[in-house]
Write a protein that binds this ligand. Sequence first.
Ligand code: SF4
Ligand code: SF4
Length: 216
Amino acid sequence: MGIPGSGLAKGLAVTLRTMTRKSHTAQYPDAQPELPPRTRGVIGLFEENCTVCMLCARECPDWCIYIDSHKETVPPAAPGGRERSRNVLDRFAIDFALCMYCGICIEVCPFDALFWSPEFEYAEEDIRDLTHERDKLREWMWTVPAPPALDPRAEEPKEFAAARKAADKLAAAEAAQAAEAAQAEAERGSAGTDGNENGTENGTENGSENGNGAAS
Ligand code: SF4
Ligand code: SF4
């Protein structure tokens, strides 16, 4: 049996010892924590790289990745070639209420479509809002920190080249769409002007003829 009051003395000793030390408590949310760049905060989706292979959804231990897709036939690249079919993503969602942040989906993705972002402020009042759909997952993508710089003489990683190719393709498709829309707009405009000109010419001609008729 211990000496009466020894517990109190020990407690006071601990208080005295620690009260002079600097506090390590972070005053969040007034002070933002300094997190390492590879913190497992939330998962971002780089949709252009996703081939809908379903590997991430199959390997996820929590079954919290939901993917829907359909098949589309792509015309042959060259005349006489064969038609190909490709998967088109309809839905990609992650339920962060179930996710245990193991990172398996990111590890197994063969096409570098999933990345960790250090963002962590996405608490919700309704648990259903913790299912982030593809648009939200894409937004997280822009918060993913850049990888460490390469050695100046290093070869460009194939992932960079693939990502650039996908982005260029998307930009070219958007530019073509914009050009088509501008051309259609211009054609509509010129058709309207022609109509007005015709109308003016006809009106003038008819008017002159009528005037001549009246004179004779
Ligand atoms: S981090 Fe783990 S639990 Fe979360 S979605 Fe990926 S595989 Fe599933
Ligand atoms: S593993 Fe990667 S490429 Fe395959 S469906 Fe998942 S995110 Fe898309």
